[in-house]
Design a protein around this ligand. Structure first.
Ligand SMILES: Nc1nc2c(ncn2[C@@H]2O[C@H](COP(=O)(O)OP(=O)(O)O)[C@@H](O)[C@H]2O)c(=O)[nH]1
Ligand SMILES: [Mg+2]
Length: 297
């Protein structure tokens, strides 16, 4: 299945419940009226893209003259695409260390399993690190993804120090000449200060094992949690620099406009999106495929 088809399927709820109504208002060949602009502004706001962003986009478009609704629609798509934070290319480490953070239940372990699949499809090797040592079940869950992907996993006893695990995993990655080491972490927000100290300690240990690591820190945010996702990212950003977002469960929301709100509010790019529960329902975020998925052909 093509990337465009996958985005289209993952964004079905958003398209059918929200963006689809734009097409119903805009009749080909007609002129744009003030009422039409207002109606579209409401639809954009209801997509969770953020009131400010929706108003900014519409104000800009109101100032332009459109001969017909088709020309307007084309500009609207461009404006949404422009509102998304552009991702800078991240230099690859050797091995490339990817640290995954986020609140429990957002989809960290699942996203790691899918990201591993994606990297393997590209012919890259992956080593998984079960640094969510807090619960035995979390270690087992990552183990299942390792098996499915036929990759190795570094794990210690439940309750052991995550930093020691990370240190071992990075050294194993080096010794085994692995392309990518992906680190799963705990996300217990109720013990915020511990979590932060733990992340800071993990960072210190990483630098000792491999200078420059982690090369990429990604926060997993659940698209179905809307504004709350933005607050979570701000909380994590206090203890670790964030390079990008994995937005999970985009298939589970009708408010897919939240992609725009999140990337704008945090000024970091959405790098990957979860578009379903299956191993291959996960993609590198693609602006064109995203906008196409919102509006359809
Ligand atoms: N529909 C859907 N479900 C997802 C997606 N990503 C994760 N999930 C589900 O979210 C739940 C929590 O995921 P998990 O990886 O255990 O979260 P963690 O606690 O952050 O590691 C699981 O039931 C996953 O199947 C996605 O992109 N789409
Ligand atoms: Mg987990």
């Amino acid at each position: 299945m093509s990337v465009f088809s996958k985005f289209s399927r993952g964004l079905k709820k958003t398209r059918e419940n929200v963006f689809g109504s734009i097409g119903k208002i805009l009749h080909s060949g007609q002129k744009m009226t003030d009422d039409t602009f207002d109606e579209i502004e409401e639809i954009l706001i209801s997509s969770d893209m953020g009131v400010d962003t929706a108003m900014e986009i519409l104000d800009d478009l109101r100032d332009q003259r459109f001969n017909d609704t088709d020309a307007f629609l084309a500009e609207l798509k461009t404006a949404i695409s422009t509102a998304l934070t552009e991702g800078k290319k991240i230099p690859k480490g050797n091995p490339h260390i990817i640290l995954i953070v986020g609140v429990n239940g957002t989809g960290k372990t699942t996203s790691i399993g899918k990201l591993t699949y994606l990297l393997r499809q590209r012919g890259e090797s992956v080593l998984l690190a079960a640094a969510d040592t807090f619960r035995a079940a979390a270690i087992d869950q990552l183990g299942i993804w390792a098996e499915r992907n036929d990759v190795d996993i570094i794990k210690h006893q439940p309750g052991s120090d995550p930093s020691a695990l990370v240190f071992d995993a990075l050294n194993a990655g080096k010794a085994r000449n692995i392309d990518n080491v992906i680190i799963d972490t705990a996300g217990r927000l109720h013990t915020k200060s511990n979590l932060m100290l733990e992340l800071e300690k993990i960072h210190r240990v990483m630098t000792k094992a491999i200078p420059g690591a982690p090369h990429e820190t990604l926060i997993v945010l659940d698209a179905t949690t809307g504004q709350n996702a933005i607050n979570q990212a701000r909380e994590f950003a206090k203890s670790t620099p964030l390079d990008g977002i994995i937005l999970s469960k985009l298939d589970g929301t009708a408010k897919g406009g939240v992609v725009v709100a999140i990337s704008k509010a945090l000024s970091i790019p959405v790098r990957y999106v979860g578009l379903g529960e299956k191993i291959d329902e996960f993609e590198v975020f693609d602006k064109a495929a995203f906008v196409n998925g919102l509006f359809g052909e």
